[in-house]
Write a protein that binds this ligand. Structure first.
Ligand SMILES: [Zn+2]
Length: 169
């Protein structure tokens, strides 16, 4: 098994960023930069290069500047098509493990939540038996297999069904 790809996404790719994190891919977003920096493209290119990340962008100009260094032009506006594109080009693979590996908000790797963290989260579901809780250290946020992640999984499963050996058309 090879190391998973790591990514840097531009500001137009918020949904894709959350999906990639959900799938466990280390994904930095341009949102970490302060707004309105006229050098933003240059900074993004530098981060991608320094950290060995694929730069994913909807911006043709940025793509042209970075294409010799692993910038990827994302063709569609629609997140599932974007995932498909990454899958077809081999940047993400079917070895992915569904869900709850990274915080979708901040990209930090989740760890199993302690009993106390589950207890103190007022928004945790009442019935806790059989649920597997994860915790983001930075956001102090509790994750569990709930509606949100199930929805994401269902949508992803549609893309990936029957695709174990064949790439998607
Ligand atoms: Zn977080």
């Amino acid at each position: 098994m090879t190391d998973k790809s790591t990514f840097l996404t531009d500001r137009m790719l918020g949904a894709l960023t959350r999906y990639l994190r959900f799938l466990g891919y280390d994904t930095k977003s341009a949102d970490i930069l302060s707004n309105g920096n006229s050098n933003e493209d240059t900074i993004l290119l530098k981060i991608a290069k320094d950290e060995g990340r694929y730069l994913l962008t909807r911006d043709k100009e940025l793509f042209m500047r970075g294409r010799s260094d692993s910038a990827v032009y994302i063709e569609s506006d629609e997140v599932l098509s974007q995932i498909k594109q990454l899958f077809n080009s081999g940047l993400i693979d079917e070895e992915f493990f569904f869900g709850m590996q990274r915080c979708v908000v901040c990209n930090l790797k989740l760890r199993p939540a302690t009993e106390k963290e589950v207890e103190t989260a007022s928004y945790a579901p009442k019935r806790k038996e059989f649920l597997h809780f994860m915790w983001c250290e930075k956001c102090k946020k509790l994750y569990w297999p709930g509606t949100h992640s199930l929805n994401m999984q269902k949508r992803l499963a549609k893309i990936f069904e029957n695709q174990v050996h064949e790439k998607i058309d």
